[in-house]
Design a binder for this molecule. Structure first.
Ligand code: 13P
Length: 259
């Protein structure tokens, strides 16, 4: 199942809304410095929209690419406060996180909204990172698989992946995000296989293997990343808290490269 996915681990930093502008630029400078050691990994850094331009300038020519935490589902128009994928692309953004559980919860982002965002990103040749994950209650009630399959189908049913398309699905159990809690790597492997099955029901197994990476997110740190990345289905990691410190983030990248 590892296929081509693991030739180059994908490590995405999600800074969320956690940094002041000066802290974000300082962190970007430190990541640029460290990024010579990222060779062999694909590293993407996702700052807030307000810092995209400045971080783009800093990361230019480094071993880390620029990504975004969200986008709107139209390319242009009367949508006050929104940011279009084309505007992101102008900063060199190719990778965009979509449907993060914090947006699903706090902004009531629906399956339909997430679907439309993925559709427009793919049409522009950009790479969506679709986040899916179950809540603590869903897991306790044995509804994890049902919930994940529903999230995958709502986001992707009716879409086609052709030659140029790339998609990332990030499994982020909501109850692990920000908790500092380790999770059994076998549970990640099992859940990734459940997600993969849903993807194979929508696309074909060969399209899934060629065009889609499944990565893990939820309290990933330098200590647990090796255990997670050792699992065959884990093509990379989506990192929140540990991405806010350049030394810890670089250690996560190093751990991903080692496994
Ligand atoms: P933490 O690494 O802080 O758990 O955040 C994970 C996350 O939500 C990344 O998108």
């Amino acid at each position: 199942m590892r296929g081509n996915n693991h030739k180059q681990p994908l490590v995405i930093a999600n800074w969320k809304m956690k940094l002041t502008a000066s802290a974000a630029l300082d962190l970007a400078r430190k990541i640029k410095k460290a990024s010579a050691k990222y060779r062999g990994a694909e590293v993407v850094v996702c700052p807030s929209f307000t810092e995209l331009g400045a971080v783009a300038d800093i990361l230019d020519g480094s071993g880390a690419a620029l990504g975004a935490q969200d986008c709107f589902w139209e390319e242009q128009g009367a949508f006050t406060g929104e940011v279009s994928p084309k505007q992101l692309a102008a900063y060199g953004v190719a990778t965009v996180i979509v449907g993060h559980s914090e947006r699903r919860e706090h902004l009531r982002e629906s399956g339909d909204m997430i679907h439309k965002k993925i559709r427009v990103l793919l049409s522009l040749g950009m790479r969506p990172v679709l986040c899916v994950g179950e809540s603590f209650d869903e897991r306790a009630e044995g509804q994890k698989e049902v919930s994940l399959a529903a999230q995958v189908h709502q986001a992707l049913d009716g879409l086609w992946l052709t030659r140029a398309h790339e998609l990332v699905v990030a499994y982020e159990p909501v109850w692990v995000i920000g908790s500092g809690q380790d999770i059994d790597p076998n549970e990640i492997e099992h859940t990734h296989q459940v997600i993969r099955q849903s993807l194979c029901d929508i696309f074909t197994p060969s399209v899934v293997d060629e065009h889609i990476k499944i990565i893990y997110g939820g309290s990933v740190d330098p200590e647990n990343v090796g255990r997670y990345m050792a699992k065959p289905s884990v093509a990379g990691v989506l990192v929140g808290t540990a991405s806010l410190d350049a030394t810890r983030f670089s250690a996560v990248v190093a751990g991903a490269l080692k496994s």
